[in-house]
Ligand binder design. Structure first.
Ligand SMILES: NC(=[NH2+])NCCC[C@H](N)C(=O)O
Ligand SMILES: [Mn+2]
Ligand SMILES: [Mn+2]
Length: 301
């Protein structure tokens, strides 16, 4: 039985709306450990990383002055510690499951997962999260983690560049429907495997997810699955800070996570962007726990 180590990263530094730092608690209270147990894995809870309150900090401290990236120093600090936890979890032969927090924590998951291995990544998200401090429309780092972990643009000068055994040919983005101008250029020109909602409409979630997982897994040691809850339609997942209409349904989401399990290449995973202050009766957190269970092998019979 594999052991899944839960690591909470209660940040909201990277998001425009506060409250996503309560995600790890909400996901635990929604029954994450029981769901994982019912999936046939053994959950171990590593607790939460210590994350200072945003109120204690200056959003612009230490970042190069021309950079539009709020709380970058704080985000870097959390991600450094998360990367360490993820790396140690893998070294012990276990599977890390990080709980956000906003999506900026993915920098830490990706860097940690890729520290001693070549990895791929599948990004289930309405957004591409490929902005950099010069292309971001918002200055919110949760719109930048994939660019940061790949060392794109200004991120080439940071500790993350070349630190990671992750390259664009092994990155698949699934469910896109809100992409900024510079991100669209990157996706058109780059080596990424890109699946918009239209591709899901045309080809079906099963074919798209199978191809995404196969592309991410090709020639590498394993795949990091990053699940941003705003990937789902806001009707299913209202508790997120940047909802976008037209997302995947409840059943499509489960179907995709079942394929993640069947591909048997899952190395590390994260559940991000659950914001309890925007949720209804914790249902988005509950959904996150169910989807994790599907990804780790839960079936009806
Ligand atoms: N992880 C997320 N929810 N990202 C939303 C990003 C929104 C927008 N593209 C931005 O860069 O500000
Ligand atoms: Mn998103
Ligand atoms: Mn995201």
């Amino acid at each position: 039985m594999s052991t899944v180590r839960i690591i909470g990263a209660p940040t909201d530094y990277g998001a425009n709306r506060r409250g996503v730092d309560m995600g790890p608690s909400a996901i635990r209270y929604a029954g994450l450990a029981d769901q994982l147990t019912s999936a046939g894995v053994d959950p171990v809870d590593a607790g939460d990383l210590v994350v200072p309150r945003a109120e204690e900090r200056d959003p612009d401290a230490d970042a190069p002055s021309e950079w539009n990236a709020k709380f970058l120093r704080e985000t870097a600090d959390v991600c450094r510690r998360l990367a360490e936890e993820v790396d140690e979890t893998l070294a012990a032969g276990n599977v890390p499951l990080a709980l956000g927090g906003d999506h900026s924590i993915a920098i830490g998951s990706l860097v940690g997962s890729a520290r001693d291995a070549e990895i791929g990544a599948v990004w289930f998200d309405a957004h591409a999260d490929l902005n950099t401090p010069s292309t971001t429309p918002s200055g919110n780092v949760h719109g930048m983690p994939l660019a940061a972990a790949l060392g794109l643009g200004e991120f080439a000068d940071t500790e993350w560049a070349n630190a990671s055994g992750l390259s664009p040919e092994n990155v698949a983005l699934v469910g896109l429907r809100s992409v900024d101008g510079a991100e669209a250029d990157l996706l058109r020109e780059g080596d990424f495997a890109v699946y918009t909602m239209s591709d899901i409409d045309e080809r079906g979630i099963t074919a798209v997810t199978e191809e995404a997982m196969a592309t991410a897994a090709a020639g590498v040691d394993g795949v990091h699955v990053s699940l941003d809850l705003d990937w789902l339609d806001p009707n299913e997942a209202p508790g997120v800070g940047t909802p976008v209409r037209g997302g995947v349904t409840y059943r499509e989401a489960h179907s995709a996570m079942e394929i993640v399990d069947e591909t048997a290449s899952l190395r590390s995973m994260e559940l991000v962007e659950v914001n309890p202050t925007l949720d209804q009766h914790n249902e988005t957190a509950e959904l996150a726990t169910e989807l994790a269970a599907s990804a780790f092998g839960k079936r009806v019979i």
